[in-house]
Ligand binder design. Structure first.
Ligand code: SAM
Length: 339
């Protein structure tokens, strides 16, 4: 594997290679933080190219670590590069990149899960939702235990047009475990079709750009990695609150291999279950014997729309939680048996 920083650092002045930076600052990857570094600058250049033309763009890189993707971003001639890094050990190396790029890198030592991205960029960059996306991009190779909750949070931000999407339809290019990337982009009927496919695709145009073999990372993770590009849709394919869509989709995929009516039924309390399950499936025009992975986004749209009507008729319905009911029943049984 190439551990060279020289190949593509055409615009940056001569710098220590990433390998040298790692030695210089003793940046051993912390296994408990799932740190796996990309040191091959041809690969980091390829990730950055998938984000589109970044000349004069404002970019937020999440989790820059030793700075491989950061170097590629600087070489792509971005206007400003905001980096958000949790681990202090990487800050001196990032400061070096800032100096080498004449102050283009704004370094934030912080946690991307709590960082206020709605205030991160100049106001003049804001675009209307219906316009082309703003010249703002989010890019990152984060640990998988951070990237999945983060994308769920950002999907909710897209639905509410807040957080990074205060600026309009901000595009994102992020890495995920290969199987997660496949789930995000899986089409109807596909083996990997899941909750994540619906949640991503109802809000975004999602593209699985390419796969990076685990062997390209240092240290090598157990899995391969998928690079996924997201562009928020002007009009979401389901026009209901995010939490409602999430609840419907989660319940339906709870029994992946069974007919979809099993999952649908869990949306309703026991005493109304049979009647309301029949009603929602009939009004949404969904065949109860379809498997969850066979349902299209338009099936989910119909189900969410009818579920919304039912919740409007009975406001207690939305707070009903099947899993919570099971938990309480179990607790009741245990206390009963103990007494
Ligand atoms: N981007 C670098 C690369 O490709 O070589 C590093 C990748 S490493 C998988 C993930 C990086 O994200 C690490 O530098 C880690 O410290 C940072 N990180 C992890 N959790 C974070 C969080 N919640 N907020 C910001 N950075 C985080």
């Amino acid at each position: 594997m190439s551990v060279s920083g020289k190949l593509s650092t055409l615009r940056l002045p001569p710098l220590p290679t990433l390998g040298e930076i790692i030695k210089l600052y003793n940046l051993r990857a912390e296994k408990h933080l799932s740190q796996n570094f990309l040191l091959d600058l041809r690969l980091t250049d390829k990730i950055v190219r998938k984000a589109g033309d970044l000349k004069n763009a404002y970019v937020c890189e999440v989790g820059p670590g030793p700075g491989g993707i950061t170097r590629s971003l600087i070489n792509a001639d971005v206007e400003e590069l905001l980096v958000v890094e949790k681990d202090t050990r990487f800050i001196p190396g990032l400061k070096m990149l800032n100096e080498a790029s004449n102050g283009k890198v704004r370094i934030v030592h912080g946690d991307i899960l709590t960082y206020r991205m709605d205030r991160a960029f100049p106001n003049h960059l804001k675009k209307k939702w219906e316009d082309d996306p703003p010249n703002i991009h989010i890019i990152g190779n984060l640990p998988f235990n951070v990237s999945t909750p983060l994308i769920i949070k950002w999907l909710e931000n897209i639905a509410n047009r807040d957080g990074p999407f205060t600026y309009g339809r901000t595009q994102m290019t992020l890495t995920f475990q290969k199987e997660v990337a496949e789930r995000m982009t899986a089409s109807t009927g596909g083996r990997q079709r899941s909750r994540l496919s619906i949640m991503c695709q109802y809000l975004c145009n999602v593209k699985n750009c390419f796969t990076i073999p685990g062997s390209a990372f240092v240290p090598k993770p157990e899995v391969d990695v998928g690079v996924v590009h997201f562009t928020p849709l002007i009009k979401p394919q389901i026009e209901q609150p995010f939490k409602l869509v999430e609840k419907v989709v989660q319940n339906i995929f709870q029994f992946r291999g069974k007919y979809c009516h099993h999952g649908v039924a869990n949306l309703f309390p026991e005493e109304q279950r049979l009647k309301l399950t029949e009603k929602i499936l009939m009004l949404a025009d969904v065949d109860p014997t379809k498997r969850p992975r066979e349902l299209t986004i338009s099936h989910f749209r119909n189900l969410c729309n009818v579920y919304r009507q039912l919740c409007d008729e009975d406001p207690n319905l939305f707070t009903y939680n099947f899993r919570e009911e099971l938990r309480l029943k179990k607790l009741h049984r245990v206390t009963h048996e103990a007494s």
